[in-house]
Design a protein around this ligand. Structure first.
Ligand code: GLU
Length: 298
């Protein structure tokens, strides 16, 4: 759907620096790298340090160091979202010029009250008298946005009914994730977005933004999220443990098994370059389980 055959495949891993590389993030890194590299493409890294209050000091460097020790490599400098404010502001201005964004003066509490989380449209036709602009919201259409996900199948959402007019610039002036990710994927000329299925519900919003901003479409593949036995997402923020790089081979083999690639029993013991050779030549997106989440225990 997205790209012509001559286009170089470009994938990316875009961790938020909220903790060390853990098994869940390794799986996302592995799937995105293999999907790009197995097709002769490039794989890039972007650090999503968009939200300073959520950031954990030293986590960016720790993640990049761990990726290196696991045998990942990327041919271009890492893109840091903290350096991208001008690009985000240009995109916000563009949305306003297109009539697709408006200033909203409502507090989070006010929105929460009537709208069940969905914005009730209070400032859509202009700020009510006496209100000051707080956040910028995207003016979403009342129609279905369809995404053909390569792993999860078709996903469709009527943005007006489900998300409502969502925030693209927060009251603290930071760019909202939904917009930043689209602007950056376009700037990094990404063709294939491969990531955890916890982000599937955000994808129709991102896909719509990409269309309205005139960016080339991305192909999407959402791989199952790693959860605890109780079904909670394994997350950096919730104490998921850092992976020991001295056992990189073992972790890579476990990541490949989680992704349905059926690695041979002796793979974990081989040298890293040989593990990567096997992984790249045997990678198949078709074998990735078509589930949104899979429980896993260490
Ligand atoms: N930064 C997001 C995360 O760490 C991932 C964003 C993406 O891959 O689009 O969950």
């Amino acid at each position: 759907m997205a790209t012509d055959t001559a286009q170089v495949v470009r994938g990316r891993f875009a961790p938020s620096p909220t903790g060390p590389l853990h098994f869940g993030s390794l799986v996302a890194a592995l799937a995105s790298a293999l999907e790009a590299q197995a097709r002769g493409g490039e794989w890039l890294v972007r650090i999503e340090d968009l939200d300073p209050p959520r950031e954990v000091a030293g986590a960016s460097d720790e993640i990049l160091y761990a990726l290196g020790r696991f045998g990942f490599s990327w041919p271009e400098p890492v893109l840091y979202q903290s350096q991208r404010t001008a690009a985000y502001e240009a995109a916000q201005l563009r949305l306003r010029d297109l009539g697709l964004a408006f200033w909203c003066g409502c507090s989070r509490r006010e929105v929460g009250k009537g709208g069940h989380g969905r914005y009730p449209g209070t400032c859509r036709e202009g700020l009510p008298p006496g209100r000051r602009p707080r956040a910028l919201r995207a003016r979403v259409p009342d129609r279905e946005i369809l995404v053909e996900d390569q792993v999860q199948g078709p996903v469709s959402e009527n943005l007006a009914a489900v998300s409502g007019d969502f925030i693209v610039r927060r009251a603290d002036r930071l760019c909202a994730y939904q917009l930043a990710v689209v602007v950056d994927d376009s700037a990094q000329q990404i063709t294939d977005v491969v990531r955890g299925a916890d982000l599937l519900d955000s994808t129709p919003r991102q896909c719509w933004l990409q269309q309205e901003l005139g960016f080339l479409p991305f192909r999407y593949a959402h791989v199952p999220v790693v959860t605890t036995a109780q079904g909670e997402k394994l997350a950096k923020g919730s104490g998921a443990t850092a992976l020991d790089p001295s056992r990189a081979g073992e972790w890579l083999a476990r990541g490949l098994a989680f992704l349905g690639q059926s690695p041979p029993a002796d793979l974990a013991g081989r040298p890293l370059p040989s593990i990567w050779d096997w992984a790249r030549s045997n990678w198949s997106l078709e074998r990735v389980p078509r589930e949104r989440a899979i429980p896993w225990s260490p």
